[in-house]
Structures are given as structure tokens and as C-alpha cells.
Design a protein around this ligand. Structure first.
Ligand code: AMP
Ligand code: ZN
Length: 468
């Protein structure tokens, strides 16, 4: 199996540090709002990487953090007049609902930055002791030039960085020894959450969070570190500097980065008005369609989101679902005999598509080609199954199709439809919850219904609902 490694800019054979095991860290979102569909790309892509590694028999320890202390969270908390913790807890809960609807598996551990402050302080202290960090007026900086290989991930040259950085100097940062030095600990500002430390009250810099949480939950060396391509510099470059300076070992063997998602060929941004949250998309589509759409491109290619592409993804996914439905129908009415010679031969022949699927995935997770292999299998099954076949054969065919879809996290079993009465009952319960100001339960019911393809609309005449 080959993985493209940002560090070496080459596809490399994957060799884990420990046989049969993979330690993987994926930088998670900053939780100050509902996640947007750009954030969904690394979630879906790296969940698929994990699923494929598990299919290959690896035990995957998958860690993905939530950044729950940050300027944007504090700003939102001040706007709403609530605590930063209330904001982050709210959006972590919402993010987990979105992940479930996208069939993204929960990580082995989802650490929260605010719960890991003592470890971060410890790591900063180790860096100071080793001469890689220094404190000025309550701020601790990393001494970038002291870490010789700095720039190895982003392939940047320190002197170029220096000239580029000069104009970026902001007030208060002139106390740094070198403009390239970055913050490990910053002092408290009025109205901000803070923790006590040997350098006074304050909070950690963003980069140190991941170095510490990765070390705590996975150890000093890991196999794969991943995130969106915007994280290569400075976030991952700085993580490498901190971790390797502190631990004296190579931090991660493979660095994987997904390309960006654009909307109608433009960068997604609130000011351009082309910004979609995952939740908004879930009101129009089953999020399986979003997942299919994301995986229909290679993760290192820029991906363009548009209504037309989503429609065509929906139609494509429906073809697979229909094939599975037809098989299920045939199974219900099939005779319970053992497989015939010719069925055995057909089943064996269909293995060629599994091989094709695996070859695509072994080539740096080429999910686009893997999906093509699934369509070839669908075509083969459509032409080689019928009412004359035995139950055993049909079941094995359906199993084969489901196995491949499951590696991509695509659920092809049609969800059982909720009866109208069930929907009405849940809506009544939601109204009651709202009356009692139990908004958490009310939101939960809305999400539960959404996951089952029921869209609620609060209107002046009351709650209206429709099927997606
Ligand atoms: P953030 O909350 O901004 O730190 O982002 C969380 C994750 O989403 C990171 O891995 C980002 O690289 C990734 N990400 C953010 N925007 C996009 C986008 N438009 N396309 C793909 N990935 C993105
Ligand atoms: Zn990170």
C-alpha cells in the first residue's frame, strides 16, 4: 500500500512502526459554529483511510482533537454573552451529530484542548529546559532557528520565510528574539479563559495542543498525521518543530493532506455568501450523498461543490442502492439450495472487481477509481443475478457489494421509513421539549428526524415536515 507523504513529496510504501498497528492523528475543527462542508472533507477522507486500514487488518488508534479554546470561540461567547465553554460544548455536540449523519466513526479518542493544559505546560517546560523556548513578559516563544530541520514539511527556506515575515510583525511581538519564533503560551487578556502556569495566567498556543495530545494518546512517534492542506504551514511545521525538539525522535512517518473544497469554483467564504454548513446540506440531501460526492474525487485534488454535482452524486449513489435493493428482493424469494457450479464460477469472477477496488485504494487511497470498481461490480451483479439464482449465491453477492461500500463508509441499505404517526409523535415531543426550554432535547429530535430523512420547518402555522 502506498501513501503520498507531504514530507518527501513522494508516494511511499506504507510500513507501520509496529506490525499490525497504526497510530493516526487528525487535526480536528475549532468549535465555534456548525462545521462547514470544507471541514467535512478531512473528516470523510481520513475516516475512509482508517476504514481501509482496518479492512486490511490493522488495529487503528485514531485520535482527533477538538480545539475548544481559541479567539473565535471567545469572540462568539462574548457576542452571545455566554461562556466559551458553553459555545464549545454546544458545537462539539452538533459536530458529533453531523459526523454520525456522514457515517464518520467516532475517533478512538477525541481529546479536548482545555482538558490537556497540564500536559501542554509540561511540554513547554521541557522545551525551555532544552533551550528551544524562552519566556518574555508572560509569553513563551519557540526558538525556531534552533530547530535545524525547520521547513522540512512545507519545503520552505528559513531565510525566505524571514523576509516574508518581516511585514507580519504585530505590536507586542517585537519582544521576540526572531520574527520566525512562534507562541507556545500567551498571557491572559481581560475576559478570556485562562489557566495558571509557571509564566503566569494564560492559555496555550494552538500548535502545542496537537503536539501534546498526540504524544499523550499515541506516544512520541506516530505513523500518520493528517489534516487539510492549509495546515501544512505553519501548523504542522510547528508541530514537528515542537515534538521533535522535545522528544528527540521523528514525530510522524507519513503526513497526509487533503486539498480544499471550493464552491462553484470559488473559495468558500461567508462574505461571498457561498458558505454552507453540513447541517444546511443535510436539509436537502441524505449526507451519504455528500460522502459519496467527496470520495468521488481523489483527496489530493481540489474539489468543486455545486448543486449539479450533488444531484449527479445522488443519482450515482442511487444506482448502487437500487442494485442492493434488487438483490435483497431476489434473496427474499430465492430457493434455499446450495450454490451451483456456474454460480460459483460467477462469484469467483466477481472477485476481479474487489481486486480492482483494492488496487485503487492501495494507490494512495484513490477512492475515485475504487468507486468505479464498485460500479463495475454493480453492472456485473445486475447481469449475473436473477430469480433463478440460489439464496446462498445472492447473499454472497450482496455481501461483497456491501463490504466494498462499507470501506468507503457508504450505507446502501435503505433506511426503514418512519411511519407518519412516529414522525408526528416525535414532533409533539419536540414541541413539548421546547415549551419546557429543553432545547438540547428539541435539537436532538430534529437531528434524529433529519438522520431518517425527515425535514422539519418551523412556520407561523406550526411545524411542517416533509421527506427528503
Ligand atoms: P479548522 O476548524 O479551520 O481548523 O479546520 C478543520 C479542518 O478542516 C482542517 O483540517 C482544515 O484544513 C479543514 N478545512 C477547512 N476548510 C476546508 C476546505 N474548504 N476544504 C477542505 N478542508 C478544509
Ligand atoms: Zn493540529
Amino acid at each position: 500500500m502506498k501513501i503520498y507523504n507531504t514530507l518527501t513529496r513522494r508516494k511511499e510504501e506504507f510500513v507501520p512502526l509496529e506490525e499490525g498497528k497504526v497510530k493516526m492523528y487528525v487535526c480536528g475543527p475549532t468549535v465555534y459554529n456548525f462545521i462547514h462542508i470544507g471541514n467535512a472533507r478531512p473528516m470523510i477522507v481520513f475516516d475512509t483511510v482508517r476504514r481501509y486500514l482496518e479492512y486490511k487488518g490493522y488495529e487503528v488508534n485514531y485520535v482527533s482533537n477538538f480545539t475548544d479554546v481559541d479567539d473565535k470561540i471567545i469572540k462568539k461567547a462574548n457576542e452571545e454573552g455566554v461562556s466559551a465553554q458553553e459555545i464549545s460544548e454546544r458545537y462539539i455536540a452538533e459536530c458529533k451529530k453531523d459526523m454520525e449523519m456522514m457515517n464518520v466513526k467516532p475517533a478512538t479518542t477525541h481529546p479536548l484542548a482545555t482538558q490537556e493544559i497540564p500536559g501542554m505546560i509540561q511540554m513547554i517546560q521541557e522545551l525551555i529546559e532544552k533551550g528551544y523556548a524562552y519566556e518574555v513578559n508572560g509569553t513563551v516563544y519557540f526558538r525556531t532557528r534552533k530547530f535545524g530541520p525547520y521547513g522540512k514539511l512545507s519545503h520552505k527556506n528559513l531565510d525566505d520565510l524571514r523576509s516574508g515575515n518581516r511585514s507580519l510583525l504585530v505590536s507586542g511581538e517585537d519582544e521576540k528574539e526572531d520574527p520566525l519564533d512562534f507562541v507556545l503560551w500567551k498571557p491572559k487578556k481581560e475576559g478570556e479563559p485562562a489557566w495558571s502556569s509557571p509564566w503566569g495566567e494564560g492559555r496555550p498556543g494552538w500548535h502545542i495542543e496537537c503536539s501534546e495530545m498526540s504524544r499523550k494518546y499515541l506516544g512520541e512517534q506516530i505513523d500518520i498525521h493528517a489534516g487539510g492542506e492549509d495546515l501544512v504551514f505553519p501548523h504542522h511545521e510547528n508541530e514537528i518543530a515542537q515534538s521533535e525538539a522535545c522528544n528527540g525522535k521523528e514525530f510522524s512517518k507519513y503526513w497526509m493532506h487533503n486539498a480544499f473544497l471550493n464552491i462553484d469554483n470559488k473559495k468558500m467564504s461567508k462574505s461571498l455568501g457561498n458558505f454552507f454548513t453540513v447541517r444546511e446540506i443535510s436539509e436537502k440531501y441524505d449526507l451519504q450523498v455528500l460522502r459519496f460526492f467527496m470520495l468521488n474525487a481523489h483527496y489530493r485534488s481540489p474539489l468543486n461543490f455545486s448543486a449539479e454535482l450533488m444531484q449527479s452524486s445522488k443519482a450515482s449513489l442511487d444506482r448502487i442502492i437500487t442494485a442492493a435493493d434488487n438483490l435483497k428482493h431476489l434473496i427474499q424469494n430465492a430457493k434455499d439450495d446450495s450454490m451451483t457450479e456456474s454460480e460459483l464460477a460467477h462469484y469467483d469472477a466477481s472477485e476481479a472487481y474487489v481486486k480492482k477496488f483494492e488496487e485503487a485504494m492501495d494507490d494512495d487511497f484513490n477512492t475515485a477509481d475504487a468507486i468505479s470498481a464498485i460500479f463495475e461490480l454493480v453492472k456485473y451483479l445486475n447481469t449475473h443475478t436473477g430469480p433463478e439464482n440460489t439464496k446462498q449465491y445472492l447473499q454472497k453477492c450482496l455481501e461483497r457489494l456491501k463490504t466494498l461500500c462499507d470501506i468507503l463508509g457508504l450505507v446502501i441499505e435503505k433506511k426503514e421509513d418512519l411511519l407518519d404517526a412516529d414522525v408526528e409523535a416525535l414532533i409533539a415531543e419536540r414541541q413539548q421539549a421546547r415549551k419546557e426550554k429543553n432545547f438540547a432535547r428539541a435539537d436532538e429530535i430534529r437531528a434524529e428526524l433529519l438522520a431518517k430523512g425527515i425535514i422539519l420547518e418551523d412556520t407561523r402555522e406550526g411545524v411542517k415536515w416533509k421527506r427528503a
